[in-house]
Design a protein around this ligand. Structure first.
Ligand SMILES: [Mg+2]
Length: 389
């Protein structure tokens, strides 16, 4: 089996979008003195779809959501020449070739997102060629179903937040995650607003539901140290991305307090990045996203490296669910509920068919669907997206 052709398409949502509350989520630009709220620029309405075609008729599908326009260029210019004519079963050699050819300007970020998209498509091909779901190539089923947590609850008016949290509880979720809306620039009043968000969700769902909270890189170490004792009474399962990803020492200091488990890693890359996080005892929960971290080829190495830790990948989506299913150290997975298009996290629902929908707080994978189990919703692409070949 050889790779015959690779097709990359960036799609941009051109349908209606729902506006989001101001202060819906903190982000790394909050510290800057910008004239407009930096959050309003934090939307992700582009996606990269990669299809790899083999000479025996298989099509592997991969995707990237990190700077998709640039990731596409990386694949077209640098990765495609490596891949055409190669045997998809040589995942290790192909990954190393892509990684080492782009070493001088790659390693992390956009280039690794591009390599990830290709690698995910290759694993999809392997599953289809072997007539097995991908998780069976990775170790098989470790769970009868995968528990998922509802991941949304953007910072909003407290009554709306409570209503949304109640909805998830009623739908059967046993865990949910909210976003902080305020950071260091918002002073003591913002500290209290953040506490109110967490208190509202905790009091709405009671003590028998897991609640997590995400600062999305929008805080500093100093601010996080101020927040920790105030958040402690609400028994968060974890505090996510309290500082920027480069501040590994800040992560480690927060974790060392032992007050609230610390989660991070959705903006970290490859086994080398995670080796450093683990060596520094920086996180309790490891949250790589398979379509950023280096694809399934890297994800399986990190799950092995971190076998005695908990891995809860960023985002739902099939490329993460198959990894979660095959690893006992992945107790739960993130799940972006199906909603009208807003921030862009939810866009994959409109691009692909086959993503499992949560039922009673669980998703399941089908033992009888080979590969990752996704197809491209071409009809919706034609109707609601601008497609850039
Ligand atoms: Mg996150």
């Amino acid at each position: 089996m050889n790779i015959r052709e690779i097709r990359t398409r960036v799609v941009r949502w051109k349908g209606k979008t729902v506006s989001i509350a101001p202060h819906f989520c903190t982000n790394p630009m909050d510290l800057l003195p910008l004239s407009t709220a930096s959050m309003s620029t934090f939307t992700f309405h582009y996606w990269l779809i990669v299809e790899i075609f083999t000479d025996d008729g298989h099509v592997g599908i991969g995707n990237a959501a990190l700077a998709p326009q640039v990731s596409k260029q990386v694949i077209d210019l640098y990765l495609k020449p490596i891949l055409i004519g190669a045997d998809p079963w040589d995942t290790e050699l192909l990954w190393q070739h892509m990684y080492r050819k782009t070493m001088a300007f790659g390693r992390k970020g956009i280039v690794m997102a591009a390599i990830s998209a290709v690698d995910i498509a290759l694993w999809d091909i392997l599953g289809k060629s072997a007539k097995q779901p991908v998780y069976r190539l990775l170790g098989g089923r470790t769970k009868t179903r995968i528990p998922v947590y509802a991941s949304r609850l953007y910072s909003d008016e407290l009554n709306k937040l409570a209503e949304e949290a109640r909805g998830y509880k009623d739908a059967g979720y046993k865990a949910m995650k909210l976003r902080f809306g305020w950071g260091p620039a918002d002073g003591a009043a913002g500290v209290q607003r953040n506490v109110e968000l967490v208190r509202t969700v905790r009091e709405t769902v009671g003590s028998e539901i897991d609640v997590m909270a995400d600062a999305y890189m929008g805080w500093t170490l100093d601010y996080a140290k101020r927040m920790l004792p105030l958040l402690e009474p609400f028994q968060l399962r974890w505090l996510e991305e309290p500082v920027i990803p480069d501040d590994i020492h800040g992560y480690a200091e927060l974790k060392s307090y032992g007050r609230i488990p610390i989660a991070g890693g959705e903006h970290e890359f490859t086994q080398y990045g995670f080796r450093d996080l683990l060596a520094a005892r920086a996180v309790d929960y490891i949250q790589f996203d398979t379509n950023r971290v280096g694809g399934i080829t890297q994800a399986r190495k990190i799950t092995a490296l971190a076998e005695s830790h908990s891995i809860v990948p960023h985002a739902g989506q099939m490329h993460n669910y198959h990894v979660v299913m095959a690893n006992l150290n992945s107790p739960i997975a993130e799940y972006f509920p199906v909603v009208d298009v807003e921030v862009g996290n939810e866009l994959f629902w409109y691009i692909f068919d086959g993503e499992p929908k949560a039922k009673d707080g669980f998703i399941d994978l089908d033992d009888n669907i080979p590969g990752l189990g996704l197809t491209i919703n071409e009809k919706n692409l034609a109707e609601n997206f601008e497609v850039i070949e």
